[in-house]
Design a protein. Structure first.
Length: 87
């Protein structure tokens, strides 16, 4: 099982490190990540393996949000993400 994490907001030092640490603390393994900085704005999409995760997706989101409080964070199960983006 996988989850999709998106993080968007003003760029600052350490965003990727903080989000990755929150994932590691929850035992969610980062399998893919893409990030971009446009002018002063940071955008990241991360795919994480949640098979061995020790908490709920909501708890993971809260942990990431606490790590980067000025950012907008979304955490969604891959099945829901795929259903929302299927044509």
């Amino acid at each position: 099982m996988k989850a999709v994490i998106t993080v968007i907001g003003k760029d600052m030092v350490g965003i990727l490190a903080k989000v990755s640490t929150a994932c590691a603390d929850a035992n969610a393994n980062v399998s893919e990540v893409t990030q971009s900085v446009l002018d002063a704005y940071f955008a990241m999409i991360m795919l994480v393996d949640i098979d061995q995760m020790g908490c709920s997706l909501e708890e993971l989101k809260e942990s990431i949000q606490a790590a980067v409080p000025s950012m907008t964070v979304h955490v969604m199960h891959e099945d829901i993400f795929n259903s929302m983006h299927r044509i």
